[in-house]
Design a protein around this ligand. Structure first.
Ligand SMILES: [Zn+2]
Length: 240
C-alpha cells in the first residue's frame, strides 16, 4: 500500500478552527489512527516543523506529533500524543524572541513572540492507549502549548493584540491577492491553500458553523478573509 501524503492546511481554512475530537484507547489502536499519526510525522519532517497537530492536516482527531531536537541533532525521535491536555502550569512565562513563533499553517512570513508557560504538565494517551503524564520545559513547553492550541481550534495569532491580528490578516489578504493575480502561483504553500483539503473538509465546515453559532469565538474579520481568499470573485486574476 502506498504511503499517504498529507498536505498542510493553510490559514484561513476553517479546518484550523475545528476543536479536535478525543480518541478512545480502542480507536488509537486502529490502523486508521496509527497510519494518520505516521503520515503526520512524515509531513512534519517534510516541512521542517518541530510539531504538528491533526487540524493542520485536515484530520478531526486529537493527535499531536513533535520532535523538538531534530533541527539541532539531525536525528529523528518523533513523539506522538493522543488527547494531550495541559493539566498544570507554573506561573513563570517565557517567549520565543526574534523572530518569535511561526506556524506551518501560516506560511505568510509572519512570526511573533507569544507568552507561554515555561513549565507545563501534560497528560496524554500513548500508542497503546495508556495514560501518560510529564512536565515539559522551555522550548518543548512552548511547542506543546502551541500544538494543544491547534487541537482547541486556536492559532498563535489568536494570542496577539487586535492590532497585530489586523496586520496579520492584511498580510494574508495581500498574499492571496497576489496569488490570484498569478504572481505567487509558484508558492506551494498557497497552492495547497487553494486545493480542497484531503480529509473531511465538509464535515469540518459543519463543525465550524456549529461552533461559530455556539461560541461566537471566531471574529467576523477572519470569516471575511476566509471567504475572500478561498473563494474570490471569478474575475480576480483570470487570464493573468
Ligand atoms: Zn502551528
Amino acid at each position: 500500500m502506498s504511503q499517504q501524503e498529507l498536505e498542510i492546511t493553510i490559514f484561513p481554512n476553517p479546518a484550523l478552527r475545528h476543536v479536535a475530537e478525543p480518541l478512545t484507547p480502542e480507536l488509537i489502536k486502529t490502523p486508521l489512527v496509527r497510519e494518520t499519526a505516521a503520515a503526520m510525522i512524515r509531513a512534519m519532517y517534510k516541512h521542517h516543523g518541530v510539531g504538528l497537530a491533526a487540524q493542520q492536516v485536515g484530520c478531526p482527531f486529537a493527535i499531536v506529533v513533535m520532535d523538538t531536537d531534530h533541527p539541532q541533532t539531525g536525528k529523528k525521535a518523533p513523539r506522538v500524543f493522543y488527547n494531550p491536555k495541559i493539566v498544570e502550569a507554573d506561573p513563570e512565562m517565557i517567549q520565543l524572541d526574534s523572530p518569535g513563533e511561526g506556524c506551518l499553517s501560516l506560511p505568510y512570513g509572519y512570526h511573533q513572540p507569544v507568552k507561554r508557560y515555561e513549565n507545563v504538565r501534560v497528560e496524554w494517551l500513548d500508542a497503546r492507549g495508556r495514560v501518560k503524564d510529564r512536565w515539559f520545559s522551555g522550548f518543548e513547553s512552548i511547542v506543546i502549548q502551541h500544538e494543544v492550541d491547534h487541537l482547541d481550534g486556536r492559532v498563535f495569532v489568536d494570542h496577539l493584540s487586535s492590532l497585530k491580528q489586523k496586520m496579520f490578516l492584511a498580510k494574508v489578504r495581500k498574499a492571496h491577492r497576489q496569488y490570484w493575480k498569478g504572481a505567487k502561483r509558484t508558492n506551494s504553500a498557497l497552492q495547497h491553500a487553494h486545493k480542497t483539503p484531503n480529509f473531511n473538509l465538509i464535515r469540518m465546515k459543519e463543525w465550524e458553523k456549529q461552533r461559530r453559532v455556539k461560541n461566537g469565538e471566531v471574529s467576523q474579520t477572519v470569516h471575511q478573509v476566509q471567504e475572500e481568499v478561498l473563494q474570490p470573485d471569478q474575475d480576480i486574476g483570470a487570464g493573468n
